[in-house]
Design a protein around this ligand. Structure first.
Ligand code: DGJ
Length: 730
């Protein structure tokens, strides 16, 4: 068992391979958080609970302590703790004091599924244990079950919460966080991953300060702006050293994550659904399930923290056939043609792609309704016969005959105002009666909180998949919500819409992906606007960003890799000058950056010179040799593209090593060349010092210790340059 309860000391001890998480049952009533960090074999916590009172703060239950000074597991407000609460409710009589006291526990092997929500899983009960602690407000019939899972072989602990109404009246939930953890000192930094369209997940590090620091989304999706992931790290933490606490919400909608440092310098960390525009009417007997938070602790810096997330997500979040299979190299026509294509052009591209060794052709936006721009037809998922006279079925067949698999773009959650769907069902979009329906990219969002809308999507998308030989789907979503409202919900449930939308979306994704298990699904939201573990549960890869510029991608992919695995990151070689930045980089650099992710192309292959074709052929061949271990290996970040105290961000380097340590792919990138800028070396890591490694294709052999301690000279000339190495252990 990786979770034990010691009756004597009233201590719950959760253990992963290298970490401990300890909770104490205080005076039989309150759950006090004692510790989370490096593993402690047999904790004796008699000295660990701080029991204090302070001026002005009332003593809890008129006893000799105050919850305001205690580290808690699931704090409630409006009592004697004045910090950020994890839950807020309104009872039928208007009172709001939820007094949640301990009411029993249960420890089970394995990990249960979460009803209607994505979550990490186990394949056998031996992989993890789960602790359920029940808290009850008996006076009011409110029950809260805290659920913790400790994985045996990965240093990850997941938390979630279920709220049950055992009273005879409705209870209004105004806030239900998934986790709250109290720490004792604020000698830490807060690291967030912020951005915008085209610049997702830029890493930012600021010292903790007193008061509240929050990351969140109120946009109806997890967002480009702030990823539902943050790290609390010791001041000295880097890739290999120091403490890193990661928090990642398995959810694709409005979220909150943050830290409050209180007057006693103690940080309270939390994560969950955003209370902004949220409430949930819980009727007698009903339950509310919060999403899961994945919490990872590393005492050896960011590297091990990231690799824990990567392995957990690669193997126990992502599902289906492509979890364990190498992903095909694709060509997407978006940046090659935008909306301007017909069957001949597509066939021409596919033939060119085949000659280069590419395996999958993806037809992007513009194939349906009368869509020749972004101003119409979303929702009308029937083929545009003017562009594609043989339909999707005919086109897929021709592409298959060329020797490529066929993939298709869809944006099922959307409706254009100029569409048959909107003309037929004007109330099927998210809107507020008598208010302007604000369009973004000329489109509105279908109201997935409504069952009939979800069924419509499942039927139409299912129909397309049924009809044609489609091996891949790119599932896009191109705007944020506005006028949050649903015609399907009564007035007192309007604030349920954002979360009900997510439940509807997950239901639709589950129904479609499980009905077509051989189809590879790629998530997308104007690039990486919904790059979160919620989506990864249904779709093993996500288009990382619409910014395909190689230099910009270094920061985007580096930031994304702090939490998400290489296999999840769609990365394409595109044309120059780059369509987003106008920057000109070499085909080699573009290839080397994209090869560090889930590889593909997105440019007009018909315009390539013979020389470029040969180079692409070589890249495709190279990636085919690398992908099995690049997509499933351990990633080590060696140089950061972000400016930090000891780094100017000019050089970026990383490597991926296969799990068995025999295959290595390493890459080094430089933005601008500096004359006499010093000697640069690629210093490898995670090799065996006494083993010998061959540099494939260069007929050179070095010992592991030399590669790690002395390194290889990186001789680069010019701007935007790159070097990659393939190493093999002999
Ligand atoms: C946004 C996506 O991120 C792009 O890759 C492309 O699919 C367009 N949408 C199509 O409208």
């Amino acid at each position: 068992m990786s979770i034990i309860f010691d009756e004597q000391s009233k201590v719950f001890h959760l253990q992963t391979s290298k970490t401990s998480y300890i909770i104490h049952l205080w005076r039989g009533k309150y759950l006090v958080h004692v510790y989370w960090g490096k593993k402690i074999k047999t904790p004796d916590i008699s000295n660990a609970v701080v029991n204090r009172v302070g001026g002005f703060t009332p003593n809890t239950d008129n006893e000799d302590y105050s919850l305001d000074y205690m580290n808690q597991e699931y704090p409630t407000g409006l009592g004697t703790d004045y910090r950020v609460p994890a839950i807020s409710v309104v009872y039928a009589d208007g009172s709001r004091n939820a007094k949640l006291l301990y009411d029993g526990y249960k420890i089970m092997s394995g990990k249960p599924k979460l009803q209607g929500l994505p979550a990490t899983y186990v394949e056998s009960d031996e992989e993890a244990d789960t602790l359920y602690i029940t808290l009850s407000d008996k006076l009011k019939g409110l029950k809260v079950i805290l659920m913790y899972t400790a994985f045996h072989n990965l240093d990850a602990i997941t938390r979630t919460v279920k709220v049950i109404n055992e009273s005879n009246d409705n209870i209004l939930l105004e806030k239900v966080l998934s986790a709250s953890v109290d720490f004792e000192t604020y000698d830490y930094d807060f690291i967030d991953f912020h951005g915008a369209w085209g610049k997702e997940r830029f890493m930012e590090r600021t010292p903790l300060r007193h008061g509240i620091q929050v990351i969140d989304s109120k946009r109806g999706s997890s967002s480009h702006q702030l990823n539902p992931f943050f790290i609390m790290a010791s001041k000295d933490a880097n890739e290999e050293y120091g403490e890193a606490y990661g928090f990642n919400l398995v959810y694709s909608g409005n979220f909150t994550g943050g830290i409050e440092v209180d007057c006693a310098d103690k940080p309270r960390v939390w994560m969950g659904i955003n209370e902004y525009d949220f409430s949930w009417k819980l009727e007698p007997g009903q339950e509310f399930q919060a999403p899961e938070v994945v919490m990872v602790y590393s005492g050896k810096g960011f590297g091990p923290m990231s690799r824990t997330y990567h392995k957990l997500y690669r193997t126990r979040l992502v599902r289906g056939k492509y979890r364990d299979e190498p992903r095909p190299i694709l060509i997407n026509n978006w940046e090659a043609t935008y909306f301007d294509f017909d069957e001949d052009k597509i066939i021409g591209l596919a033939k060119a792609a085949k000659e280069l060794g590419i395996e999958l052709f993806v037809l992007d936006d513009g194939w349906f309704g009368k869509r020749n721009g972004d101003d119409c037809s979303l929702g009308d998922w029937y083929v545009n016969k003017e562009k594609l006279p043989n339909g999707i079925t005919g086109l897929a067949k021709k592409i298959n005959e060329i020797g490529l698999k066929f993939g298709l773009w869809i944006e099922p959650e959307m409706v254009s105002v100029d569409s048959d769907l909107y003309r037929t069902h004007p109330d099927w979009c998210i809107h507020v009666p008598d208010r302007v329906r604000t369009e973004a990219r000329n489109q509105l969002i279908l109201d997935l909180s409504r069952k009939e809308v979800c069924d419509y999507i499942v039927d139409t998308i299912g129909g397309i998949l049924q009809e044609s030989d489609i091996s891949y789907i790119k599932w896009d979503m191109n705007r944020n919500m506005s006028e949050f409202g649903s015609a399907g919900l009564p007035a007192d449930r309007q604030k349920e819409m954002p979360h009900r939308y997510m439940l509807g979306l997950y239901d639709v994704m589950e129904r479609i992906t499980s009905a077509y298990p051989d189809v590879l699904f790629e998530g997308c939201s104007g690039g990486g606007g919904r790059f979160d573990p919620g989506i990864l549960y249904y779709m093993p890869q996500i288009w990382t960003s619409d910014d395909t510029d190689a230099m910009e991608r270094l920061r985007i992919q580096y930031g994304t890799s702090m939490c998400y695995p290489v296999s999840a990151m769609g990365a394409h070689v595109s044309a120059i000058p780059n369509h987003q930045t106008g920057r000109v980089t070499s085909l080699k650099t573009r290839g080397d950056v994209a090869m560090s992710g889930n590889f593909g192309y997105e440019l007009d292959l018909m315009k390539l010179t013979d020389e470029e074709k040969e180079e692409i052929k070589a890249q495709v061949k190279q990636y085919k040799e690398l992908r099995t271990f690049v997509q499933a290996g351990d990633m080590y970040r060696l140089k950061s593209p972000f400016i930090t105290t000891n780094n100017d961000g000019n050089d970026t380097a990383w490597m991926v090593i296969s799990e068995d340590g025999t295959d290595i792919f390493a890459a080094y990138f430089r933005k601008s060349c500096i004359v006499n800028g010093g000697i640069y070396r690629m210093k490898f890591t995670a090799l065996e010092p006494d083993s010998t490694y061959e540099i494939v294709g260069e007929n050179m052999k070095y010992s592991g210790d030399e590669l790690m301690e002395i390194g290889l000279i990186v001789d680069m000339w010019g701007d935007y340059t790159s070097r990659v190495w393939r190493l093999k252990k002999i």
